[in-house]
Ligand binder design. Structure first.
Ligand code: ZN
Length: 335
């Protein structure tokens, strides 16, 4: 047992050193001793910078560049959102943000949001779980029965995409491209066989997502959905992760606009299985880990739900904007 503990600690330090987060020369013992848990009261984002991702926090003083503040203040902080989640480094991040907001020297670590390049909210989750037909009016519009159990499928990490990004449509493989605005839950604690009552305590936060879809690949490839859901770039996510303590996931307005025209406008209260039911259900089959994400289904208003003669599929040049109340607007363009 002792040997395992030592290896685990060394591995943790090595991982942090490789990712550039070990800014203060913490010993292995100090690193292992850090308090673990969820961040609270924060709106965080991944920023693309110098060929990698840097953790940012949205504040009244602008976007706090966390690695820069950590260096100035000689404090430890996670490098990006995946580090924050997978190492459960919420207390370290909260301590750094509190210190930076009060510090004169750290004021140079705040930048204007207008100039930043957004990254996907997460870049290396172990799992991306998706739920199908999870809004009553969406099930009705597609002519399918309201599910008695959650319908599960998945995407892969190569689908992850970001705010202000592009989706390159695989026009040689498919033609029926469609949007799906969705509430995305981001796990902050391991969840295995959790009860509905305990489920939301495992969530680190929430973000706006789009379960972008090629309907012909979803429905015309032999009875599975995945291939229509996980082509590269088909999972835009962002701009922010808003910590769970600030959000009631069961009562959020959500919308999609295409070239400025509203197409979806609903509320998460129409979900068939709500957030805590989904986490509890999935956790009985699959252990959910910190950093995993769950796309919770889309409401009515998708192109697939229109009469066949009125289905005008998305095409290169279309601009998509999705928003969830309190979580921010996610924009991307099709090319
Ligand atoms: Zn979906």
């Amino acid at each position: 047992m002792k040997r395992r503990t030592v290896l685990k600690g060394a591995g943790a330090v090595a991982a942090i050193a490789v990712s550039g987060g070990l800014t203060t020369g913490l010993s292995e013992a100090e690193t292992v001793r850090r308090a673990r848990g969820l961040a609270h009261g924060l709106t965080v984002l991944n920023i693309r910078r110098n060929g990698t991702y840097a953790l940012g926090v949205k504040t009244d003083k602008g976007i706090l560049m966390v690695p820069d503040a950590a260096k100035t203040l000689h404090m430890y902080a996670p490098t990006d959102i995946d580090d924050l989640l997978q190492n459960q480094d919420g207390p370290s991040l909260n301590a750094l943000v509190d210190a930076a907001l009060k510090s004169g020297p750290a004021s140079s670590a705040f930048v204007k949001e207008e100039g930043i390049a957004y990254g996907p909210v997460v870049t290396r989750p172990e799992k991306i779980v998706c739920i199908g037909l999870n809004y009553r009016r969406h099930a009705q519009e597609t002519g399918q029965p309201v599910p008695k159990k959650p319908i599960l499928f998945n995407k892969y990490n190569t689908a992850l995409n970001h705010h202000n990004g592009t989706v390159k449509l695989p026009v040689d493989l498919a033609t029926k491209f469609d949007y799906e605005v969705e509430l995305v839950m981001v796990m902050g604690k391991e969840a295995r066989n959790v009860s509905e009552a305990d489920a939301l305590s495992c969530v680190a936060g929430y973000c706006t997502g789009n379960d972008f879809t090629a309907r012909d690949l979803q429905y015309e490839t032999g009875g599975q959905w995945m291939i229509g859901k996980t082509p590269d770039q088909f999972a835009p996510l962002g701009p922010y992760l808003v910590t769970a303590d600030q959000i009631d996931p069961d009562s959020l307005k959500l919308e999609t606009r295409v070239n400025g025209e509203t197409r979806q406008s609903s509320n998460t209260s129409d979900m068939v299985f709500n957030s805590k039911q989904l986490i509890s259900y999935v956790s009985h089959y699959v252990t959910l880990k910190p950093g995993d994400i769950i796309f919770t289904g889309t409401p009515e208003g998708v192109i697939q739900g229109k009469p066949k003669d009125k289905q005008v599929w998305l095409k290169p040049g279309d601009k998509i904007a999705c928003s969830l109340e309190k979580l921010g607007e996610l924009k991307f363009e099709l090319v």
